[in-house]
Design a protein around this ligand. Structure first.
Ligand code: HEM
Length: 155
């Protein structure tokens, strides 16, 4: 819960269980995908769980990616020199949105707008940072994402 009594995006999404379901289903499709599957050919089997940890921390849940997995610098290192193209970024976003529907993440406009906002932002940064020769900051906090201009509708 945030200081003003509004649930965090993490809580609204359904917490760790919901995010782990999301990333399980997502990466099952990712590895089969013709455009982005090859990027994940040597993926760590724990990858879906690690990305769920990252998302949980970003969306206001416990800081587990920082505490247990090395935080921002560890995430960044995985994207460096991957040369992600715009088409690949778009496919990643599209498969994640499909997975969000498939696992039944809340589909209210406010949640999906905030969720999509972070995913759009994060994937664009991942693409930029992945270009050969990119020199992004090596240290930074894990971002914390909130509801933005439209808090949850609670009649
Ligand atoms: C919001 C957007 C994104 C987030 C939050 C994210 C998150 C992460 C995290 C946390 C890791 C490290 C996992 C670990 O601790 O082992 C990672 C690795 C990786 N990411 Fe991303 N990522 C994003 C976008 C992308 C995009 C758009 C692509 C490519 C289309 C991509 C490709 C990869 C690859 C190939 C790895 C390494 C996987 C492995 O071999 O284990 N990521 N990502």
């Amino acid at each position: 819960m945030t200081e003003d009594g509004i649930p965090t995006l993490y809580e609204w999404a359904g917490g760790t269980d919901a995010l782990e379901r999301l990333t399980e289903v997502f990466y099952r499709q990712v590895v089969k995908d013709d455009l982005i599957g090859p990027l994940f050919a040597h993926m760590d089997p724990g990858h879906p769980r690690y990305v769920a940890m990252w998302l949980g921390e970003v969306f206001g849940g416990p800081a587990r990616y920082t505490g247990e997995r090395g935080g921002y610098s560890h995430m960044l290192a995985h994207h460096l020199n991957r040369g992600i193209t715009e088409d690949q970024r778009r496919r990643w976003v599209s498969l994640l949105m499909d997975a969000a529907d498939e696992v039944g993440l809340p589909d209210d406009p406010e949640f999906r707008a905030a969720f999509a906002g972070y995913i759009e932002w994060g994937t664009r940064i991942a693409r930029t940072n992945s270009q050969p020769g990119a020199t992004p900051p090596r240290q930074a906090p894990v971002p914390r994402w909130g509801w933005g201009v439209a808090p949850p509708y609670q009649p």
